[in-house]
Design a protein around this ligand. Structure first.
Ligand code: NAD
Length: 502
């Protein structure tokens, strides 16, 4: 299986170096060592890959539903058998702890399982006899060549939000993974080939902005799914739409967790720590703002501090690790810079993770940053407004439920949000009036199951469809309505041998 020292593109069922000469280093974040060089595609490389995908699409769109589903089931089995191999690559290139990497593969697999049921999703409607001898039926057909551009933080799960559904619907798919941790996608490409997917239906172009720009403007690409930060999501949406493509672009987040005075504070503290610091806060559904509705703040903070003290920060492959390193030194330094900015802005830094040391052999150069906890954060501060994307949890003290809800609804993002309470009436009202795409009640990270769709509101989404589930099927298909008239043979005459009406 995949050796990760050189990470090329994937073309027509094989690794392909391309003609581009640029490469980018891939690190093991736990040691700081460069472990691979990923190829960065030129625009000419993108041309070659798109040509392969177009040719594959003309055949794949004709493949029967049974053929497609058989390939998907085989892919599902192979993914399941290799889930630990994929998770090991994720931990080695992203840094998250192994159990979390395994969880990511599991959530991605659920989308493959959803896609195995595609015949049900593609059933159309039929209206009989809308006029004399006239019927109408609707079908959904594949769009063509679809591209997916994905972020570093879920190198298997986010691509899996897209390509199983796109391919099941009959499209060809080009994945442009994050250049920071592209290894998992190459292993998944090998598994597609082993599952019997025809060459070219799934291609990978490795690269950075040059590859993305080439995909966004290429006449051979019909649609683009993007997941990443808000500024790039906005750019991808605008550029792709201007080139006449359908685009869904999921952006960044600043997820709030509101704790009402009646909440179970132990459950809330557990949730805040796992959702704030899990995967070192590098999750688009991470909780980064804890809104404590007074008088609970002091008691809640005490419980959170106790739990933080118990966290083990080390190499993600170490058994018992709770939190690994950040993805790169540059990102770790950016997050640490926000911690300093919070101090300078006047927030109270209760736990400072900047002095964390990981002394395990060879891990001294890893990109580690311990959990950081701020109190007395206000909405005027940069640490409140900006997406930090690291292990930094900010406590904002609110005076009432209304105060807390107003805070969330005035925030620029609208990805996930959670409420902790024992009051069903409060929870019901919250569901109704909160402005976010994914809502958790006593659930800190409310990631929808594969048969629902995942996506946020406001600056967390550009476009109008969420990913996977029914909205994913909608995005990767076009509707067609067919109106037919077939005259009754009896009214046409006796020549076909039908008995005459009596
Ligand atoms: P990013 O925006 O830097 O990169 C995402 C993709 O865009 C990568 O493939 C990258 O190569 C490409 N890219 C980067 N800069 C580009 C440019 N100037 N022009 C064209 N393409 C460019 O995001 P990231 O740092 O890899 O991932 C973290 C971000 O993704 C966070 O903001 C996080 O909230 C977000 N995210 C959102 C969701 C969601 O569902 N909304 C899920 C996961 C991650």
């Amino acid at each position: 299986m995949t050796d990760t020292t050189g990470l090329p593109h994937w073309l027509d069922g094989k690794r392909w170096d391309g003609d581009g000469t640029r490469t980018s280093p891939v690190f093991n974040p736990a040691t700081g060592a460069v472990t691979a060089e990923v190829h960065l595609a030129s625009a000419a490389d993108v041309d070659t890959i798109v040509a392969s995908s177009r040719a594959a699409f003309t055949e794949w769109r004709r493949a029967s539903l049974t053929t497609r589903v058989n390939v998907l089931f085989a892919f599902r089995e192979l993914m399941h058998a290799h889930r630990e191999d994929i998770a090991r690559i994720i931990t080695a290139q992203h840094g998250k702890v192994f159990s979390d990497a395994l969880g990511e593969v599991g959530r991605g697999l659920e989308v493959v399982e959803f896609a195995c049921g595609i015949p049900h999703q593609l059933k159309g409607g039929h209206s009989e006899q809308v006029s004399t001898d006239v019927d109408v039926h609707s079908v959904r057909q594949p769009v063509g060549v679809m591209a997916g551009i994905t972020p570093f933080n879920f190198p298997a799960m986010v691509p899996l939000w897209m390509f199983p559904v796109a391919i099941a619907c009959g499209n060809a798919f080009i994945l442009k993974p994050s250049e920071r941790d592209p290894g998992a996608s190459l292993l998944m490409a090998e598994l597609w080939a082993e599952a019997g997917l025809p060459d070219g239906v799934f291609n990978i172009v490795q690269g950075d902005k040059e590859a993305v720009d080439a995909l966004l403007t290429h006449p051979g690409v019909d649609g683009v799914s993007f997941v990443g930060s808000t500024p790039i999501a906005r750019y991808v949406y605008e550029t792709g739409a201007q080139a006449g493509k359908r685009v869904q672009a999921l952006g960044g987040a600043k997820n709030h967790m509101i704790v009402l005075p009646d909440a179970d504070l132990d459950a809330a503290a557990d949730a805040a720590v796992s959702a704030g610091y899990g995967s070192a806060g590098e999750r688009c559904m991470a909780i980064s703002v804890l809104v404590a509705v007074e008088p609970v703040a002091d008691a809640l903070i005490d419980k959170i501090r106790t739990r933080i003290a118990d966290l083990t920060i080390t190499d993600g492959m170490t058994p018992g690790a709770d939190m690994g390193p950040l993805v790169t030194a540059m990102h770790r330094d950016r997050v640490a810079g926000y911690v300093q900015r919070g101090v300078d802005e006047g927030a109270t830094l209760l736990v400072d993770g900047r002095d964390v040391t990981v002394s395990a052999d060879g891990r001294e150069g890893g990109f580690f940053l311990g959990p950081c906890l701020f109190d007395h954060v206000t909405t005027a501060m940069d640490i409140y407004r900006d997406e930090i994307f690291g292990p930094v949890l900010s406590v904002v003290r609110a005076t009432s439920y209304d105060d807390a809800v107003r805070l969330v609804n005035e925030n620029a993002y609208g990805n996930g949000v959670a409420l902790f309470t024992r009051d069903g009436g409060a929870a019901r009202r919250f569901e109704f009036e909160i402005e976010a795409g994914m809502v958790g009640i006593n659930v800190p990270i409310p990631v929808p199951m594969a048969y629902y769709s995942f996506g946020g509101w406001n600056d967390s989404l550009f476009g109008d469809t969420h990913v996977h589930g029914p909205e994913g099927v909608h995005f990767y298909t076009r509707g067609k309505v067919v109106t037919t008239r077939w005259a009754d043979p009896v009214t046409r005459g006796p020549d076909l041998g039908f008995p005459t009406h009596t």
